[in-house]
Design a protein around this ligand. Structure first.
Ligand code: NAD
Ligand code: TYD
Length: 341
């Protein structure tokens, strides 16, 4: 039995990864370590009813808790835990620097102390900054790290911390840099679930600026399968860009959601742009495709429809969030009250 230590496994991508790994492998057990911040949700794990899954609530910055929780003979640490929302980082960066940088250092130290075989860092394409509008440029693994938001800066710093652990102490590290994920169980502060939830509830859909920013979307399980490939066969010390060659203007994503739900486009409300808003992300995934034989399995059309269906079928999950602290976040962020649900 291989033992994994997964951080952030109650969040959106981490919970999808835990579910997929346990479903597809019989010889793996997982310690799932998560602080349950506003974004962590045990509901995300309620169908992971498996004797091979142990959940521990804890903070990745807390050395003693981490050292106690990493199992002896651990094969790999997968670090998903992070503060992950750009808008929140613009409002207040401290927690991003703490969790995303210090937390990564603490985990690397634990990997060393416990002789963990491999450390997999879940990074983001956002560390590479922004590409020019409508250019033929793509992010490759050779693109310079030039983060523009406090969130992206903290994730880039984590990559340097990782590099230092490898160069100084020989920790076996690999890094994934993925584009924008979408799928079930994504916290509705991010574009796609926010727009789905608002459309279902006939709340206005706030589109920043001219809506012509481009994001490169990937279904969450495809990202998780790429992480698996990188864990298994990625070259030590290397980063791998993950993307499904699926660039979309934000405004087109929003219109597709309204169309799929049969809602009118006049729910769209253009609002003040995000500060420092990155214009375009676009990933060249040739390295992970050619070296590791990874390909995305989900099409955009099926992925978006199945995501919308999940939110329609799990309105209690969304309402629980929308009726809590999120209402205050939304009011402060958008200057508007959400309708009661
Ligand atoms: P998320 O915000 O949904 O989940 C983050 C999880 O980390 C939550 O469960 C939260 O409780 C936990 N967490 C936060 N601080 C913690 C701490 N100090 N100690 C322990 N746990 C803590 O995020 P996500 O969208 O699932 O992203 C997961 C990872 O993937 C992040 O590292 C993010 O940078 C990266 N990533 C995300 C995307 C995307 O589109 N969402 C794209 C590329 C990379
Ligand atoms: P987001 O989901 O926050 O991801 P990221 O900023 O990490 O790419 O945003 C995706 C895009 O959608 C980004 O260009 C900002 C835009 N956006 C809006 O237009 N309105 C919104 O309410 C949100 C949350 C995002």
């Amino acid at each position: 039995m291989k033992k994994f230590f997964v951080t952030g496994g109650a969040g959106f991508i981490g919970s999808a990864f835990v579910r997929l790994v346990l479903e597809e492998n019989e010889d793996i057990s997982i310690v799932d370590f998560d602080a349950l911040t506003y974004a962590g949700n045990l509901e995300n794990l309620k169908d992971v009813d498996d004797a091979r899954h142990t959940f521990i609530r804890g903070d990745i910055c807390d050395r003693d808790s981490v050292l106690n929780a990493v199992p002896d003979g651990c094969d790999a640490i997968f670090n998903f835990a992070a503060e992950s929302h750009v808008d929140r980082s613009i409002h207040s960066a401290d927690e991003f620097l703490r969790t995303n940088i210090i937390g990564t250092q603490v985990l690397l130290d634990a990997a060393r102390a416990k002789n963990v075989r491999r450390f997999v860092q879940i990074s983001t394409d956002e560390v590479m900054g922004s590409l020019p509008d409508e250019s033929d440029d793509y992010f490759t693994e050779d693109s310079p790290l030039q983060p523009n938001s406090p969130y992206a800066a903290s994730k880039a710093a984590a990559e340097f911390v990782l590099r230092a652990a490898r160069e100084t102490f020989g920790v076996d590290t690999v890094t994934t840099r993925c584009g924008n994920n979408y799928g079930p169980r994504q916290f509705p502060e991010k574009l796609i679930p926010l727009m789905i939830a608002n459309a279902i509830n006939d709340d206005p859909l706030p589109v920043y600026g001219d809506g012509k920013n481009v994001r490169d979307w990937i279904f969450v399980d495809d990202h998780c399968r790429a992480i698996w490939k990188v864990y298994e066969n990625g070259r030590s010390g290397e980063a791998y860009n993950i993307g499904a060659r699926n660039e979309k203007y934000n405004i087109d994503v929003v219109k597709s959601i309204l169309d799929a739900l049969g809602k009118p486009h006049d729910l769209i409300a253009f609002v003040t742009d995000r500060l420092g808003h990155d214009r375009r992300y676009a990933i060249d995934p040739a390295k992970v495709e050619d070296e590791l034989g990874w390909k995305p399995q989900m099409t955009w059309e099926n992925g978006l429809q199945s995501t919308i269906d999940w939110y329609l079928n799990n309105q209690a999950w969304v309402d629980n969030i929308r009726n809590g602290e999120y209402r205050n976040y939304y009011k402060a962020m958008y200057g508007a009250e959400l309708k009661a649900t």
